[in-house]
Design a binder for this molecule. Structure first.
Ligand SMILES: Cc1cc2nc3c(=O)[nH]c(=O)nc-3n(C[C@H](O)[C@H](O)[C@H](O)COP(=O)(O)O)c2cc1C
Length: 194
């Protein structure tokens, strides 16, 4: 299967990346093809609401999204991983999500969904947040991620969200997070579920 993963954290080796790598581990072990985008390291111009995609479903701006659009179409599984920044996913992740407005136009205006492929399309959302209680941040981020997944024709996704994870490496001290991420990755690689 083709696994597409997005890391929305700007912090190299940060909590999001550690969690994401753990989820990717079983998928690598199973020999799936993995494409990981470090969103902080690519240029994605925020959506300009120019209307360029409304009649075609294709964004007229050429940047990293040009390649990401193809990756999203080809993917069997999509993982979106992000820290909570101001009660939502990071700006890096949100810029990518907003540019999926082109898919929204394609799906809802032009009535063209991305084909399911032989394994169906499934998603995984990974979130980390510094505050000990972060229901509101997770709720907002989950709503954004749900909009993203449904827009790119991923009908179901799992969510793992961890609060009280602030300093770099805090996620390593969490009693269950890494194991849960590994297990979620394993489930994601399960081709039997369609
Ligand atoms: C700009 C910024 C905004 C943040 N906003 C929140 C927030 O709204 N709620 C929260 O719980 N933590 C917030 N945090 C803390 C991060 O979510 C936390 O440090 C997280 O572990 C960072 O993940 P990373 O190591 O993958 O970058 C914020 C951190 C930054 C830098």
């Amino acid at each position: 299967m083709y696994i597409l993963a997005f890391n929305g954290s700007p912090r190299p080796g940060g909590n999001t990346e550690l969690l994401l790598n753990e989820a990717l581990k079983p998928l690598r072990e199973a020999g799936h093809t993995i494409r990981l985008y470090q969103l902080n390291n690519v240029i994605i111009k925020p959506c300009q609401d120019c209307g360029g995609c409304t009649t075609t479903g294709t964004c007229i701006h050429l940047d990293a999204m040009t390649e990401i659009y193809d990756s999203i179409k080809e993917a069997d599984r999509i993982i979106l991983a992000s820290p909570i920044f101001f009660y939502n996913i990071s700006a890096q992740a949100k810029a990518m999500v907003d540019r999926c407005q082109a898919f929204w136009c394609e799906k809802y205006l032009l009535k063209k969904t991305i084909p399911e492929g032989p394994h169906g399309r499934k998603g995984l959302l990974l979130l980390v947040a510094g505050m000990k209680k972060n229901e509101e941040g997770f709720r907002c981020a989950e709503a954004t991620a749900k909009g993203f997944f449904r827009t790119v024709s991923v009908p179901e996704h799992e969510i793992l969200a961890y609060s009280g994870i602030d300093a770099k490496g805090d996620i390593l001290k969490h009693p269950t997070a890494l194991k849960e991420a590994y297990e979620a990755g394993k489930r994601l690689g399960n081709t039997a579920i369609k």
